[in-house]
Design a protein around this ligand. Structure first.
Ligand SMILES: NC(=O)c1ccc[n+]([C@@H]2O[C@H](COP(=O)([O-])OP(=O)(O)OC[C@H]3O[C@@H](n4cnc5c(N)ncnc54)[C@H](O)[C@@H]3O)[C@@H](O)[C@H]2O)c1
Length: 248
């Protein structure tokens, strides 16, 4: 008989990247509230230090740069064994593709695709060796729809979906689950510029049947579920949480 969902992370070390951001900080709070020992990492050292201070004695923090392979390797060596990786840090630079410089395009792919792949490579190696672990990658609804003005970002996030499936297939036999979360439009610092005016918000809502934006807490709850034993048979899947978004 099922008496309750198993969402307990007591004794598990949870690494959240982009933990200074909207969704990442909510993930960190959610895992901490469910017993996890948090390792908060971000480019913004001051912000993760501050958040770690609010999450109790078990929480630690590190600064790293997801665009830099050496920084990612240093981080992975510093954090030690990890039970859950929320591979969540990301950035967006929007604009018509023909107006984006080659450097910008490469930077988006470096941060939103290559960096998470390299971090998963380092952390996943330890998980496979120990025979347990869960990686929750953060993709995006745009992985499935594409978007004018977000070509490089959507491409990177589509890559994360296939990366999730492929590593899931390789590592499931070793007791490691890899899954992904694809948020829709969620109110965070990342979307603040795109949803700043009433006109921007009402235009965006035309495409969302739920008629509202997602919250950072809604995304964090799904990451918690995906990483938990309640989702123990979910392998390689990307959970889309977008209020029914469609490109109308
Ligand atoms: N907010 C949305 O509507 C939305 C929708 C779909 C997907 N996402 C994805 O969710 C994730 C979290 O986004 P968010 O909305 O919380 O954004 P956010 O901007 O609030 O947070 C992103 C965090 O990533 C960190 N970061 C950026 N570049 C970094 C780098 N080079 N090295 C290390 N850390 C870096 C930032 O410092 C920030 O703390 C991202 O992967 C984003 O692409 C967000």
């Amino acid at each position: 008989m099922i008496e309750s969902m198993d969402l307990d992370f007591t004794g598990r070390r949870v690494l959240v990247t982009g933990a200074a951001g909207g969704i990442g900080s909510a993930m960190a709070e959610a895992f901490a509230a469910h017993g996890g020992e948090l390792i908060l990492v971000d480019l913004d050292a001051e912000a993760v230090a501050e958040l770690a201070g609010t999450l109790g004695e078990g929480a630690s923090f590190h600064q790293y740069d997801q665009s830099d392979a050496a920084s990612i390797a240093t981080l992975a060596a510093a954090v030690g064994p990890v039970d859950v990786l929320c591979n969540n840090a990301g950035m967006i630079e929007a604009g018509p593709y023909l107006e984006q410089s080659p450097e910008t395009i490469q930077r988006i792919i470096a941060i939103d695709l290559i960096g998470p792949m390299l971090l998963a490579r380092h952390i996943g190696e330890g998980m496979v060796a120990r025979g347990s672990g869960v990686i929750v990658n953060t993709a995006s609804q745009l992985a499935f729809h594409g978007s004018a003005t977000r070509a490089a970002y959507a491409t990177a996030k589509a890559g994360m979906v296939q990366f999730t499936k492929s590593t899931a297939a390789e590592w499931a036999p070793h007791g490691v689950r890899v899954v992904a979360l694809a948020p829709g439009r969620t109110l965070t610092p990342m979307t603040a510029n795109f949803l700043a005016t009433e006109a921007q918000r009402s235009e965006a809502l035309k495409h969302i049947p739920a008629d509202r934006f997602g919250s950072r807490e809604e995304m964090a709850k799904l990451a918690l579920f995906l990483a938990s034993d309640a989702a123990s048979y979910v392998v390689g899947e990307t959970l889309v949480a977008d209020g029914g978004y469609v490109l109308l």
